[in-house]
Design a protein around this ligand. Structure first.
Ligand SMILES: [Zn+2]
Length: 58
């Protein structure tokens, strides 16, 4: 597999408090891993959180 400089993180939407798994890229861009984030906001305010347990945390 190709190694990419991105990290799997958890993020929370500061608008609706929905939590989702995201890729955190070196340029600061936050990209939801799944198309289903649980957030329905037109303009998401995703904030990466570090100390959050993820179901498949590795
Ligand atoms: Zn939201």
């Amino acid at each position: 597999m190709t190694t990419e400089n991105r990290e799997k993180r958890a993020a929370v939407c500061e608008n609706c408090n929905a939590v989702c798994a995201v890729w955190c890229r070196p340029d600061g861009e936050i990209v939801p891993i799944s198309s289903t984030t649980g957030c329905d906001c037109e303009e998401r305010a995703l904030r990466v959180v570090d100390a959050l347990e993820t179901p498949d945390g590795d």
